[in-house]
Ligand binder design. Structure first.
Ligand code: UDP
Length: 236
């Protein structure tokens, strides 16, 4: 794997151990994993970070807010998370750039595909913020879409809640649920397995973009996934 997009949820930055929206030691752990993984020569890593620890558009919409407005709040949440992650990764000695899909010149660079690729080629971790800049999406879809756009080899979706891959049933409901080592996009769609938003799944399928779902919070797992080890589930 040469060029990789890592999707991590906003909630991965929080911690059950503290009631902080962004838990400093959790962000530091993630940054260490990312900076450590970057020691692999030739690896180019872009991160798409979610915002669910701060705001989800659907939550506001359910409470009667205008959906597009509520989604904008969600996208701004991803920018806050991106800055937290940037700070932490740089404290581990790795250069980063935050590129936002919504212009905010004083905060982040605008997303420009060619510029993003150049940063990656120079070994900088690129953090994509504000999703795709469009409401009615979650950050799963921009993870897949940006991956296609920058010609990444794979999308790695890091989980954080203990579910470490794709299961035939929800393992939090049925302890006997079994995990797939590998599964096709068609089967994920046919069984309606909620591993990622369906829009992102169909996008990956249509664009022949492999996807690995794995537990990001297990130390060393990101490196193992990057080395092509069979952690979690490979969807292709
Ligand atoms: N969002 C959006 N368009 C995008 C990406 C995100 O409108 O392209 C909004 C949407 O409201 C979403 C929120 O940003 O609920 C936070 O992203 P997400 O729910 O994906 O966060 P995660 O669950 O990954 O933490």
């Amino acid at each position: 794997m040469r060029r990789v997009v890592l999707k991590l949820s906003g909630e991965a930055l929080a911690s059950p151990a503290s009631d902080e929206t962004i838990d400093a030691s959790t962000v530091d752990f993630l940054a260490r994993e990312i900076a450590g993984a970057m020691q692999r020569g030739g690896l180019e890593l872009a991160v798409v970070v979610g915002g669910g620890n701060i705001w989800r558009g659907a939550t506001g919409a359910m409470a009667g807010m205008n959906r597009a407005n509520s989604d904008l709040m969600g996208m701004l949440g991803t920018v806050i998370n991106a800055l937290a992650l940037q700070d932490a990764i740089e404290s581990h000695g790795r250069a980063t750039r935050v590129m936002s899909a919504i212009s905010m010149d004083q905060v982040a660079e605008p997303y420009i595909r060619r510029r993003a690729v150049r940063h990656l080629e120079k070994g900088r971790v690129v953090i994509f913020a504000a999703g795709m800049g469009n409401p009615y999406f979650t950050t799963d879809t921009p993870a897949a879409q940006r991956a296609a756009e920058i010609e990444a080899d794979i999308v790695l979706k890091g989980t954080h809640g203990g579910v470490d891959g794709v299961y035939d049933e929800d393992p939090r409901v049925n302890v006997k649920a079994s995990r797939f080592d590998e599964i096709s996009f068609d089967e994920v769609i046919a069984r309606d397995l909620r591993v990622m938003d369906m829009t992102a799944i169909t996008f990956c399928k249509d664009n022949r973009l492999p996807l690995r779902i794995f537990d990001l919070m297990a130390p060393g797992n990101l490196g193992r996934a990057l080395d092509g080890h069979a952690v979690g589930t490979l969807v292709q």
